[in-house]
Structure formats: structure tokens, C-alpha cells
Write a protein that binds this ligand. Sequence first.
Ligand code: TRP
Length: 439
Amino acid sequence: MANNRENFGSRFTAVMAMAGSAIGLGNIWRFPYMVGQNGGAAFIIIYLLAALFLSLPIFMAESIIGKASHKSTFGAMETLAPGTKWKWLGLITVASPLIIMSYYSVVGGWSIEFLFKSLAFKFNSPDVTSYFGNFISSTWGPLICHTLFLASCAIIVLCGVTKGIEKFSKITTPLLFVLIVVIMAYSCTLPGAKAGITYLLKPDFSKIDAQAVSMAVGQSFFSLSLGVGTILTYASYIKKEENLLATGLGTSAFDLLFAIIAGFAIMPAVFAAGIEPGAGPGLIFETLPYIFGKMGVHTPVLSGLIAILFFVTILFAALTSAISMYETGVAYLIEQKNFSRRNAVLVIFAGCWAVGILCSLSFGPLAGVKVLGENIFGLLDKFASNILMPLGGILFTVFVGWKMPKPQVRSEISTVIYYLIKYVAPLGILAIMITQFIG
Ligand code: TRP
């Protein structure tokens, strides 16, 4: 079966697909508000350290497993450690990306709504900041958008690895860079933007505590799509002769660069408008439309166009990420359950659509349903980010560092990375998980 598997055509397209998975709502929506809440540049420094010492080793571990087995999550464990308990890791990592997908596609849906709104040049009305809250707490609008978003992913994944995922990512990922740079240029030249630039460059270490560190680590995992087998699945489509370290470093560097540019696209505008940088998750949906509207008083057409570009960027970034989660489930059904690609796409659609409905309604009619103090959306996000992703990260690094034959692993990576995989990453993540639960 491994023989008729599709492959990414070149190193460039493999990196574009992986970077497409990595660059997503995490970079544009989560990273800037976390930087805003946790001391600006100080948070970025912690984030860089986490990326280097914890995330890169997990990324490499997942890539090594994917490339060595040429299978997606479950099949990879069955191939490399047949008949062992490691198959549970395979099974968990089939389910985890689909859990993330269910709520991710709700936010993807919001970006569709905001794109439509920006196309109608609607952001200069005074009610723009309350629009977000009203929209997400309504019933039908978010559900329709969630469905549209998921259906768009389904169409791309249906076209296959080469004709769908690879083709889409190789155009979209570079385009995202062009778009975010244009937005950054606009944002940094607004009057009053300088304060935002200084904020991103001047570290405030007083804001760094255990919680900020654990947020930086979690964000770094989320941003690089780690711990749930998405990178593993994509790496299984990498050609045998490809150098994994090059794709790993390339992807991490692009992801990081994009997050930082997104910070410079958003924070200067936030400061220019005199708004609190720590606005939280509503930042890009509440604060930015307001800013675009406010700037529009002097240059309505330009600010309207930037609003459109901004929401196009968010939508495409979300799509290239969501298809990587989608593909993880689809690859499992095709490989292990002999599904046709079409049927696999339909089954995953149905599952994520149904769970996504609950997530979407958890801001409206189901807002009262709380488990451990969280609504359904928040619960799934916390469960995935605080438990599934770090746990997957530990297990993948332990598998590569301790279970796989050393020569097979060493042929892919340098000594430093090998020791990062074997000791530093699993112990580091464990320590952070423990502090999280104690604190
Ligand atoms: N990395 C993406 C982002 O930053 C999201 C993503 C894609 C993801 N695949 C994933 C997150 C797998 C966790 C696990 O938005």
C-alpha cells in the first residue's frame, strides 16, 4: 500500500504544506493577544526558547516517525512497533486533530462572516465592537459559516494530497506572507503606531510567571500543529531522500516569522487607536474591525480594502491549517479501514460538523452548559491544548528517543537534536504539565 501513496513533489511544496498547517489562527488570532497580555517582547523571548528546545524536537520526532513508516498516525505505530501498546498513541492521535478541527472550524466560520462584512464596507458603524458578541451568540449565522468552512476544507481534501492539499498550500502559503506584510506596512505607518512597535520590542519581564511560560509553550505547540499527528501525517508524504532537518527548520522559521509579522501588523494598529493591548481573544474580531472603521474616517477606501485583505488572510490561513487536521483523519480511514477518499472525507465531515455545532452553539443557546467552568468550545480547546497536545508531544519524543532503533533516528538528525528529543523535550514538557496542574 505504501507504494501507491501520494507524495509531496518537492522540498518547497512539502515546506509550504507544513508551514500552511502551522500558520493559522494560532499565529494571527492567538499569538498577538497572548503577546499583548504577557509582557510583549518578554513573552516573545520565552516563546522562542520554547520553540527551540521543546517544539522543534517534537516536530522532528513526528517527522521521523512519518517518514520512516510512510503511514499516518495509527499505521505508523503499527508499522514501527507492531502489537505494542503504542497503538494507543496512534488511536489518540487520530481523534485529537478531529477534536481540534471541530472548534477550529467554528472560528474559521467567524472569519467567513467577517470577510463578508468587510466586503460590504461595514466596519465604520459605531456598533462594530458589539457586532462580534452578537454574532457569535446567535444561532444560525455561525452555524451556516461553520458549515461553509468545513465544506471548503472537505473539497480541498477530497482532491487528494497532490492535487488538493499540496496545490492549495503552495499558492496560499506564499500569498499569506505577501498579504500580512502589506497589512503590517499599513499598520506601522498609522499615526501613533510607534508605541505598538516599542511594545513589541521592549520586554516587560514582570509579566512573566509560570502561567505565562506555560502559555508560551502551549502556544508554540499549537502554532506548529504539534502533538496530535498532523505533522506526522504530512511527513509521511515526504519523499524518502528528503532531508528532514531542512523541512523542520524551514517550517518552524516560517511559522515564527509569520507570527512576529502578524504581531507587527496588529499591535501598532491597536496602539494607534488607543486601545488596551491585552484585549484577549476578541482582539482580531472586535478590536480590529473597530480600528479599521476608525481609520476609515480619513481614508475610507484604503482602510476598507485593508479590512478585506485582513480577513482574506485569516480565512486562508485557517483553511490551510484545517485541511491538515482533516487529512489526519482521512488518511487513517483510507489506510486502515479501506475507505475510498470520498467516503473518508464524508465521514470526517459528518463527525466534525456535529461536534462543531455544539461548539458553535456554546456561545449562544448552549452557553449555560458548563463543564469544569468552561463552555463546550472552551472545554475542547483546553482539553486539546493542555492535555492532548503536550501528552502527544511527550509520547512522540519518547517513542523516537527510546523505542525506535538508534541508527534509524540518528541518520536523520544531528546529535544535539537527538538529545533534545531524548531528554530535554519530554522532561521539559512533563515539568510544565505538572506545574500547570499544581498551579
Ligand atoms: N497550527 C495551526 C494554527 O496555528 C493550527 C493547527 C493545525 C493545529 N493543525 C493542528 C493545532 C494540529 C494543533 C494541532 O492555527
